[in-house]
Design a protein around this ligand. Structure first.
Ligand code: C2E
Ligand code: CA
Ligand code: CA
Length: 683
């Protein structure tokens, strides 16, 4: 000890050693520690004998405190770094907080630290860390209300400021915790609220001692620093939790998303598969609403749809936004419920108009239902419901379909057809037939419409209805369409080489039109075959145009700029408004077969036909009538000023030679035409 060290130094100096330095600590009356530096040096006489000692005592307390502080600061920086590392690596929160508490306990001997965290749902403090206190203490303090008088921590969290209690046994704030304090030998307590960047209280960091005590400024500072780190760690965890919630919830509607839905579906199928059903609901023509009213309006629609569907469902049914305008429902107790009735109720929520931006409009949905069974996996069930939904949609808006054996067979057949078609395209089984188009007055063959056929090895020549829908669904139609176009341009080229300038129109699927490369591929194909763009027309159905008007307008504009004509196919069936039609860059309209066939026999259809022809004339568009099956229809059209048409009455689709023969025989009878510039009319 100190006295012994000084005595040893004195002896050494007396025994002939040189000056000795000793530092000691002296405890004062008031308990404060004083650091003393003692220097003992010999005083010699002329013979070099030690005759006296010189003792110099210096108070180096200030210096030593500074050194001490430095050393502690270094240790605390090291500890902080360790904790930050844990926070950054998303270490378990309890571990991080335990580490922090232990670090503070090491720096404040005799202290016990605890961290409590706020439970935002229940608005209480939950035990988070107390590494040096027994579990009985943690259990007793768990779920502490955030209120004045609720111990040092409840009060600190409530006041959002530091609370120091010198003697727990005597303070009203801890009155109801006296027993607990006695049981764990805790006498003084002090608590810091932990505050987030946003200002909200996340929890408390408290320090307890077994004697009455008040912390000094330095102690407060080090606990404040530890509290900041604790707050950081807690915030980091809640950020992480928010992120994992976001991964499961659709932010727009607040409904569970696809990931969450699939998880629940999987679990439901594990327990009682036969009691589970999935409904797949898709909005009809939502894209149109989105495009015409803008995305914010579309978003509001979806939120409203989600609200209505939620209200129509039982609380134990799970509704999710599966994606875009698709919603799915997980129906429990499906074996005991009338699923058709549930679907009807959901569809009935569309009966009321939707009001967006002060405008009212109607919307509908289509629902497919699939019932769970032993060994069915969630993806299969969703796929079945999806297949059923497409069937419902095909039958018209606002319907529902139950998936069953018939649909399964059809779906399987589709898949089979798709792979067969893919192979067929590779083997060159695609054939193009040409249906001649005539000047209805002179009966001159003006050109033709190209129609795709599939020369199937077993089933013979198949019409487009047998393969175009599958091609569209699978995307194969892009390749198929390119082949047709290529074949047609090669044919136009061959005719041109024979001196025949016959324009041909080619049908284009909306899937092709939506393809970003479509227009440039058309242009390249024209160049490749050396064909005048004026000899090519593209036919696009009215409904395809209206589906995505903005995209269509862009593609049509680009086609017009390269000189390719565009005809609106099946006109009269797609409900396009005159306003929209007038600003689309199109060349002409093709009157749908339904109208032509009804000419003369059906009054209102005849009126529509007249209106279409008048509209085309007014907008300076060409009109082509299709489906002319008899002489009377032909005469009626001529009488109505529709000068161009096609139909079985005039010529059925056939090989290119048929068109060439018709065109040349007319020219031989009536004189030859010279080149595309002299074509009689646009069509
Ligand atoms: P569409 O564009 O309306 O083609 C006219 C259809 O009417 C053709 O049927 C044609 O054979 C038929 N038709 C012609 N005159 C008459 C008539 O007087 N009476 C009756 N009842 N029908 C007549 P097809 O060849 O079966 O084609 C059906 C549909 O398939 C076409 O309807 C078109 O939308 C589509 N299609 C044909 N070829 C292609 C193609 O290369 N690509 C794409 N995407 N679709 C095609
Ligand atoms: Ca057509
Ligand atoms: Ca047509």
């Amino acid at each position: 000890d100190a006295t012994a060290a000084v005595e040893r130094a004195v002896e050494a100096v007396v025994g002939g050693d040189r000056a000795q330095h000793v530092t000691t600590i002296q405890i004062e009356q008031d308990g404060r520690r004083r650091h003393l530096a003692v220097t003992i040096a010999p005083v010699h006489d002329a013979t070099d004998a030690v005759v006296a000692l010189s003792v110099v005592v210096r108070d180096i307390t200030t210096l030593m405190t500074a050194v001490d502080r430095e050393r502690r600061a270094a240790a605390s920086i090291e500890a902080q770094q360790r904790v930050l590392q844990r926070i950054a690596s998303d270490d378990d929160l309890a571990h991080t907080l335990d580490d922090l508490c232990r670090d503070v306990e090491q720096r404040l001997p005799g202290a016990h630290c605890t961290v409590l965290t706020v439970d935002p749902q229940e608005e209480v403090l939950r035990h988070a860390s107390a590494p040096s206190l027994p579990p009985s203490y943690a259990a007793a303090i768990d779920r502490l209300p955030i209120e004045e008088g609720m111990g040092v921590c409840g009060t600190a969290a409530h006041r959002q400021s530091v609370v120091v209690i010198r003697d727990v046994l005597r303070d009203p704030l801890t009155a109801s915790f006296v027993e607990l304090a006695r049981a764990h030998d805790l006498r003084s307590a002090w608590s810091h609220p932990l505050v987030a960047r946003t200002g909200e209280v996340l929890g408390t960091f408290a320090v307890y001692r077994s004697e009455p005590y008040e912390p000094d400024d330095e102690e407060r500072r080090s606990v404040t620093a530890a509290g900041r780190l604790a707050a950081l760690a807690i915030e980091r965890r809640s950020d992480r939790q928010a992120l994992s919630v976001a991964a499961l919830v659709d932010p727009l509607t607040g409904l569970p998303n696809r990931v969450q839905f699939m998880d629940w579906l999987e679990r439901a199928l594990c327990s009682r598969p036969e009691s589970v059903a999935v409904m797949f609901l898709d909005l009809d023509q939502f894209k149109g609403v989105n495009d015409s009213m803008g995305h914010p309006a579309g978003d509001r629609m979806l939120v409203e749809v989600a609200r209505r569907l939620t209200a129509a469902l039982r609380s134990d049914d799970v509704l999710s936004r599966f994606g875009g305008d698709e919603f799915t429902v997980l129906v429990r107790d499906a074996d005991r419920r009338d699923l058709a009735a549930v679907a009807e109720e959901l569809l009935a929520t569309f009966a009321e108009p939707f009001v967006v931006d002060g405008r009212e409009f109607f919307m509908s949905g289509s629902i497919g239902i699939a019932h769970g069974a032993e060994d069915v996996d969630p993806f299969d069930l969703i796929r079945d419901a999806d297949v059923a939904m497409y069937d419902a949609k095909a039958r018209g808006p606002g319907r529902h379909t139950m998936f069953g054996a018939a649909l399964r067979e059809r779906a399987l057949a589709r898949v089979a057809v798709e792979s067969e078609l893919r192979r067929g395209l590779e083997r060159g089984e695609l054939v193009v037939e040409y249906q001649p188009v005539f000047d209805l007055c002179t009966r001159e063959c003006l050109g033709a419409e190209a129609l795709a056929r599939w020369q199937h090895p077993d089933r013979g020549l198949l019409p487009p209805s047998e393969f175009i829908p599958v091609a569209e669904e699978s995307g194969l139609v892009v390749m198929l369409g390119a082949r047709v176009l290529n074949e047609v341009l090669a044919q136009i080229r061959r005719w041109a080489d024979q001196g025949l300038h016959l324009p041909v129109s080619v049908n284009v699927s909306p899937v092709q039109l939506a393809d970003a490369h479509f227009v440039s591929e058309v242009r390249q194909a024209l160049v490749r075959h050396g064909v005048d763009a004026g000899l090519l027309y593209l036919e696009i159905t009215e409904s395809a145009l209206m589906e995505d008007l903005d995209a269509a307008r862009e593609a049509l504009g680009a086609l017009a700029s390269i000189g390719v004509g565009v005809l609106i196919d099946d006109f009269g069936t797609g409900y396009s408004s005159i306003g929209r039609l007038s600003d689309l860059p199109v060349t002409g309209l093709k009157i749908d077969r339904r109208f032509t066939i009804a000419l003369g026999s059906n009054q209102s259809m005849t009126k529509v036909t007249i209106a279409i022809i008048d509209l085309a004339l007014a907008l300076d568009l060409a009109v082509v009538a299709e489906g002319i099956e008899d002489e009377s229809a032909l005469e009626a059209l001529v009488g109505l000023d529709c000068g161009v048409g096609q139909g079985f009455h005039l010529a059925r689709p056939g090989p290119p030679e048929l068109v060439a023969a018709l065109a040349t025989s007319y020219q031989e009878l009536n004189g030859s035409r010279t080149g595309p510039g002299s074509l009689p009319r646009r069509w």
